[in-house]
Design a protein around this ligand. Structure first.
Ligand SMILES: Nc1nc2c(ncn2[C@@H]2O[C@H](COP(=O)(O)OP(=O)(O)OP(=O)(O)O)[C@@H](O)[C@H]2O)c(=O)[nH]1
Ligand SMILES: [Mg+2]
Length: 435
């Protein structure tokens, strides 16, 4: 995959469909003088559903299209016909995507298996038609409801690659070279830092029984957590790996310092990363004299002994293919150990997204002559009302009374003729006592 096409972050707006409005109509037939109410209900609005799909590898689709809206429900019709439901909008995302509420940062879903499904925004209910309002006291109501609006929210999509093993290290340590000789992946390799600009994945067949996915991520440098080099942008891709291969150039003047730089950056990014086991591997041993290598390996081993998560220090040459099978078998051992301990990649998490039901009613002065009323419950009630009918207006006023809205507006200094916004509606403030 070319670098430009690898997109691992997106912020998008999703909006479920509005429910269809209820219909107000009366049965008419030749020779039947007075038919009853027969207005049907509106259809449900479409939901917004995320589905993970292993064929999709990046979030590129969200780079230019940032608004997603599901279809509205159709309005109810005469002869008691219910309107059609709006079609759900299915948004396909790569496996490994975390979906967060952009406003609160809360994780709503973490889709780590193929075909996992998450309903992120629910379509609004259809409004009831006038046939539903028939009662013993009102045999011919003409009132019908409006459809409910669909849920709407901004979400962040974050792709975290799914790899069993991550190869980490300073730029130029030989990470991409290692991946290229153990798997079919062909990452760019060159003798300058930051050759790798996006993570590469490769499947490594260790033996007939075990194949593991390795990720080679762009090089890290000191202060990456403050944005130095390519920053820590790619570290999220190693969060899911169970195990790290920490590669160090054996020809470096100070292998301990090189080790420390990476170890510290991991710690500063997320201390949990230090719980993952690491094999420290000195690379490029084809161009170092044996005496130097022995000394460096020994001092590194001694230094690493204080860290529980460092399981071994090995020496290889990726380019000259020295000690590669030893490394792979060592990785296999560790991997099987982890499997036994049941340390595994997270399961798909799906939290149900819910609007805050209990958001209290608030009356706010927006400016001279303008007020706004907010609050989940009252908005839900008001938005269903068809204010253009007499019955609707009565219901509307009843809701305002129920929640003591006029009193609250008066307290804030509202005078007759001021404009009050509430959800999708607006009305003029009116207080008989002020005349
Ligand atoms: N002599 C020798 N050179 C090696 C070895 N492994 C890698 N190299 C060379 O080291 C240079 C850097 O290798 P890369 O694989 O691109 O390094 P990297 O860690 O992926 O670097 P970034 O992507 O920049 O972080 C290249 O010129 C490789 O040919 C080795 O075992 N011996
Ligand atoms: Mg590289």
């Amino acid at each position: 995959m070319t670098e430009k096409l690898f997109i691992d972050y997106a912020k998008i707006m999703i909006e479920a469909g509005k429910g269809g409005d209820g219909c107000s109509s009366f049965h008419r037939e030749k020779f039947v003088p007075k038919g009853g109410p027969d207005g049907g209900n509106g259809g449900r609005g479409g939901n917004i559903i995320f589905v993970s799909d292993k064929k999709i590898k990046t979030l590129i689709d969200f780079k230019y299209k940032r608004k997603f809206k599901a279809q509205n429900g159709s309005n109810g019709m005469k002869s008691n016909k219910t309107g059609a439901s709006g079609e759900d909008l299915i948004i396909k995302v790569p496996v490994g995507v975390v979906i967060k509420n952009a406003e609160t940062g809360e994780v709503l879903a973490d889709l780590v298996t193929d075909n996992a499904l998450f309903i992120a925004a629910c379509g609004g209910r259809g409004g009831r038609g006038n046939a539903m309002f028939k009662s013993s006291t009102n045999r011919s109501p003409d009132y019908c409801e409006r459809g409910e609006i669909g849920e709407k929210l901004e979400v962040i999509l974050e792709l975290k690659l799914l790899a069993d093993i991550a190869i980490i290290g300073l730029p130029n340590a030989g990470k991409s070279t290692l991946l290229s000789i153990i798997s079919a992946a062909r990452p760019k390799i060159a003798d300058y830092p930051f050759t790798t600009l996006v993570p590469n994945l490769g499947v490594v067949k260790i033996d007939d029984e075990l194949a593991l996915t390795f990720a080679d991520i762009p090089g890290l440098i000191e202060n990456a957590h403050n944005g130095a080099g390519l920053g820590t942008r790619f570290l999220r891709h190693i969060e899911r790996a169970n195990f790290f291969v920490h590669l160090i150039d054996a020809n470096s003047d100070n292998v301990i310092k090189d080790f420390d730089v990476i170890y510290n950056e991991l710690k500063l990014y997320n201390e949990k990363l230090l719980k993952k086991k690491q094999i420290v591997v000195l690379n490029k041993i084809d161009c170092i004299i044996e005496k130097d290598l022995t000394a460096k390996k020994k001092s590194l081993k001694k230094y690493c002994a204080k860290y529980d998560n460092i399981v071994d220090v090995l020496a290889i040459s990726a380019a000259a293919k020295i000690n590669i099978s030893e490394l792979l078998f060592r990785i296999k051992d560790e991997y099987l150990k982890l499997e036994k301990e049941n340390v595994k990649i997270e399961d798909t998490i799906i939290k149900e997204y819910k609007f805050e039901e209990e958001e209290p009613i608030k009356v706010k002065k927006l400016g001279d002559g303008f007020f706004e009323i907010t609050g989940t419950q009252i908005l839900k009630a008001i938005n269903r009302i068809n204010i253009n009918t007499d019955d609707g207006l009565t219901k509307f006023n009843r809701i305002l009374e129920k929640y003591n809205i006029n009193y609250l507006l008066k307290k804030l200094g509202a005078v007759n003729g001021d404009i009050v916004y509430i959800g999708e509606q607006q009305f003029d403030y009116y207080d008989a006592e002020q005349i």
